[in-house]
Design a protein around this ligand. Structure first.
Ligand code: ZN
Length: 59
């Protein structure tokens, strides 16, 4: 097993698909949750408090 950039070529499985709520490719097929906004896990949008200008965005 090689780590680093050459391993990126092995990533052919689609783990995340486009999220219905935030539109990012962060919706996990297996978990049925969105890694970016928390869709499927939380009723509220998962905002990033550490990036205030991004948290202000409305999706
Ligand atoms: Zn999302």
């Amino acid at each position: 097993m090689t780590k680093g950039t050459p391993s990126q070529g092995k990533r052919q499985k689609r783990v995340h698909t486009v999220c219905r709520r935030c539109g990012k490719v962060s919706f996990n097929y297996a978990k049925k949750t969105c890694a970016a906004c928390g869709f499927g896990r939380s009723a509220k949008l998962n905002k990033w408090g550490w990036h205030s200008h991004l948290a202000r965005q409305t999706w």
